[in-house]
Structures are given as structure tokens and as C-alpha cells.
Ligand binder design. Structure first.
Ligand code: GTP
Ligand code: MG
Length: 207
């Protein structure tokens, strides 16, 4: 299928930015992954690309400390694009000031990046949407940047619990103008939802 093909080629890290001034030039489509610390952003980047160690992951919240840019696909190909793995917001085991600085950077990036085609906002399926997530959704709605909610770690829930979380999340975002109505349940551990997410990225690039 198309989604699989998209991620079957080259994938590599090419840029890290710790500040707005340090962002790479805007070339080609960017797709960003945002979410609270430890929600599973870096693991999802690895699952999508089928590479275990492309993005660094950790049990300890606060692992990713910069915006990391990964080039997917051959340079010059019309199907090449960039994935952006971001630091987390919310609690991290690195001190409040660092998290506050990341959070400012994340909001500024999401608000002002013209080539940002879609943001996937990752939410832990066990915990649901938190206030810090709502603030990010607010930023995206105001900036009219389209986004979709991904529920992570569904392997930790029973089917009925997962369904309940999907329904609750769907109704929580129903009135948000820039949100996709569909919620994507995923697990980087079992691979659940990964093919669907790849297909969604493929559809987005074909637009
Ligand atoms: P920060 O960079 O610190 O913000 O974290 P992150 O959102 O990038 O999370 P990361 O991918 O580093 O994963 C955090 C923890 O969650 C690790 O211990 C992962 O093994 C675990 N994890 C990630 N995805 C899944 C999943 O699908 N299921 C389960 N059960 N655990 C997961
Ligand atoms: Mg990370």
C-alpha cells in the first residue's frame, strides 16, 4: 500500500533546533509530532519509519530536548517530506525552566511555520486530554494549522476502555475548527494503527 511505500525508502536525521532562530530553512512539507513528555512521540517516529533508533526514546520524561528534523524519502522526490519530533510539554524530569522554554518554542513553531502541513497531537490513551494539550490545540486552532489527535499506548488498555477514550476525545474536540474529527488509536509496541497513520500521511502528501 501507498503508506508503506512512503516510509520504505531513506530516512535520516538532519537538523536539531533549540530555539526559533535555530530552525532549518523551510523546504518542503513538514509534519510535526507534539504531545506531553513521555507520551510516545519519538517511539512513534521510529514505528512509522520502521527504524528502532532513528529518534531517541527513554522511560524518563524529558528525553527529546530539541526540535529534531528527520528527512523521509529521497532528496528531490515529490514524495519526500520532513517529520519533526518535538520535546514534550507538561512534566519532565529536567526542571521547570527547561520545560517552560520548550513549551514556548513549541507554541512559536506551531504558530509560525508556513510549511507545516499537519500536526499530530499525541495523547496517552490512559490519561486523555490535559490542560497543556488544550493550550496547544488552542494555538493550532488560532493559527489555522490542521491537526489530528493520536491516542498512544493503546496496548495498555482493553478494547472497551480504548473505545471509551476514543469517543470521549472525539466529543472533546468536536467544536475545534482545525481538528480532524477522527481519532487515531495507535501502539508503537504492537504496531496497532501504524499502517493507518502511514496511509493518512500518504493522503496528506497527495493533496
Ligand atoms: P519525551 O521526548 O521525553 O517527551 O518523550 P516521548 O514522547 O518522545 O516518548 P518516548 O517515545 O521516549 O517514550 C516514552 C516511554 O513510553 C518509553 O518508555 C517507551 O517505551 C514507552 N512507549 C512508547 N510508545 C509506547 C506504546 O505504544 N506502548 C507502550 N506500552 N509504551 C510505549
Ligand atoms: Mg521524545
Amino acid at each position: 500500500e501507498i503508506g508503506r511505500k512512503l516510509f520504505a525508502g531513506e530516512a535520516g536525521f538532519y537538523w536539531a533546533a533549540a530555539s526559533l532562530g535555530g530552525l532549518p530553512p523551510m523546504t518542503g512539507v513538514e509534519i510535526a509530532f507534539a504531545g506531553r513528555s513521555n507520551v510516545g512521540k519519538s517511539s512513534l517516529v521510529n514505528a512509522l519509519t520502521g527504524r528502532r533508533t532513528l529518534a531517541r526514546t527513554s522511560h524518563t520524561p524529558g528525553r527529546t530536548q530539541e526540535l529534531n528534523f528527520f528527512r523521509i524519502g529521497r532528496a528531490g522526490s515529490p514524495l519526500a517530506f520532513t517529520l519533526v519530533d518535538m520535546p514534550g510539554y507538561g512534566f519532565a524530569a529536567v526542571g521547570k525552566e527547561k520545560v517552560a522554554a520548550w513549551t514556548d518554542l513549541i507554541h512559536a513553531y506551531l504558530r509560525g511555520r508556513a510549511n507545516l502541513a499537519r500536526v499530530y497531537v499525541l495523547v496517552d490513551s490512559r490519561h486523555g486530554l490535559k490542560d497543556t494539550d488544550a493550550r496547544v490545540l488552542e494555538t493550532l486552532d488560532k493559527a489555522a494549522v490542521s491537526y489530528q489527535i493520536i491516542l498512544t499506548k493503546v496496548d495498555e488498555l482493553r478494547q472497551s476502555e480504548a473505545e471509551g477514550r476514543i469517543a470521549a476525545t472525539r466529543s472533546a474536540i468536536a467544536k475545534r475548527p482545525a481538528a480532524f474529527p477522527d481519532i487515531l488509536p495507535t501502539s508503537s509496541r504492537t504496531g496497532a494503527g501504524i499502517a493507518e497513520l502511514r496511509a493518512a500521511v500518504a493522503r496528506l502528501l497527495a493533496e
